[in-house]
Design a protein around this ligand. Structure first.
Ligand SMILES: [Zn+2]
Length: 203
């Protein structure tokens, strides 16, 4: 499995292209903005899904364009549709122009599994940063969106945010996972579950 990271947007979001060389299938995690490099890197692969960790504008602004270019299905937790549908309330806060809210093909909830070629994808619901936050485990690597960062967590002061819920999601779900699992967050550098159990400054 190959993981390619792309950093884009005003808030320096991470997007990850996850590719399986054997089956030539892959997924994209989050969709901050359309980058030609993503299309180039994915050109020999069939990208089946764009996995959205949550519905905040900085993770979905490029979704309509990326979906079309990659011919992929967009996956999100239905609980975050309200956040995604109100994208312009968030973009206005950041002085960005209004945009068309994206559409989704697949809704996932806690424990759901998908596959793309040899890649297995498991959804873990982690409400707190938003009500519909999902961490995806793709072949043993975790994509944590804004739920868990290296030595920090996502903010909980925006619509749908709740610190108690976030704390519960991280402590009672993510920290129960294998400590060796590598974590690829929505912003900033990667980490591991073990590192966060020891050094996270918030939880
Ligand atoms: Zn967010």
């Amino acid at each position: 499995m190959i993981i390619k990271q792309f950093v884009a947007g005003q808030l320096e979001n991470n997007m990850y292209l996850v590719l399986d060389e054997k089956s030539k299938k892959g997924v994209l995690v989050d969709a901050t903005t359309f980058l030609p490099e993503i299309i180039e890197e994915a050109k020999d692969y069939d990208i089946e899904y764009i996995l959205l960790t949550h519905g905040h504008f900085d993770h979905i602004l490029g979704l309509n364009d990326l979906k079309q270019a990659l011919d992929a299905k967009a996956v999100i937790n239905q609980e975050d549709l309200v956040v995604s549908d109100n994208i312009n309330e968030f973009t206005r806060l950041f002085d960005l122009p209004d945009t068309t809210p994206p559409t989704y093909e697949i809704f996932v909830k806690d424990g759901d599994e998908l596959s793309a070629g040899n890649l297995t994808i498991k959804a873990i619901a982690t409400p707190g940063h938003t009500e519909g936050g999902i961490c995806y485990i793709v072949d043993g690597k975790m994509f944590s969106g804004d739920t868990l960062f290296r030595e920090s967590v996502g903010r909980t002061d925006l619509f749908g945010g709740n610190f108690k819920k976030l704390e519960n999601s991280v402590k009672n779900k993510l920290f129960k996972l294998d400590e060796k699992i590598e974590v690829y967050p929505g912003h900033g550098p990667k980490t591991t579950i073990g590192h966060e159990k020891k050094y996270n400054e918030v939880i």
